[in-house]
Design a protein around this ligand. Sequence first.
Ligand SMILES: [Zn+2]
Ligand SMILES: [Zn+2]
Length: 232
Amino acid sequence: MPLLDFLFPKRCVQCKKFGSYLCTNCFSSIAFIDTMVCTMCQRQALGGMTHPVCRTRYSINGVFPSLVYKGVVKKLVSVFKYPPYLTDLQTQLIDLCYEGIIQKEQFMSLLQEPSIFVPIPLHPAKFRKRGYNQSVLLAQGLAKRFDISVSDCLKRVKHTSTQVGLSKDDREENITNAFAVRFDICDLAKNYKHVFLVDDVVTSGATLREAAKVLKKAGVQSVWGVTLAHGE
Ligand SMILES: [Zn+2]
Ligand SMILES: [Zn+2]
């Protein structure tokens, strides 16, 4: 047994059972998303695509969440932030996300055309505090598995408070004008047919809608979202 495992034995993040960070019991309680919604109106939508009637000039084309954001998944996302668990859990979470996302036919067919991942950026002040951006790690992990590139073309220009606990309208207001493109993305728009925004958890969808709007205004034709989980 490695010394560190002896000093700090691994325990399940959910039920605290010794042996691993995620026991088989808790692992089996993880659920993939099977019913997807339109990110504009939150009603059920085939393949996670934005309803034709909900589409606007700069609206997001659709969002593909992988896991149901509850129980173990909620716990995993929150411990994703703390170093002792980082490497093991990060890989496990990205694998889970990947497993869920490859089940989405719409996503897999889009991926047949030139595509690129763009992580939702953190504000520099938040990034300094945390030391890394979860969405970047997720985007890099997925990009490696799908063998496509990641671009950091988006930046956060507004230091927003957390969206957690805010009403739908307040979330919208809070995130408005939060993003900008980091550089001229004409080439990116020309070279890639689809941009996939990558974020950890989608709730109201306000963040993804806002980021998609910025990319579309900058010339990208097709913008989608890929998220680890979908929660209330
Ligand atoms: Zn457990
Ligand atoms: Zn809709």
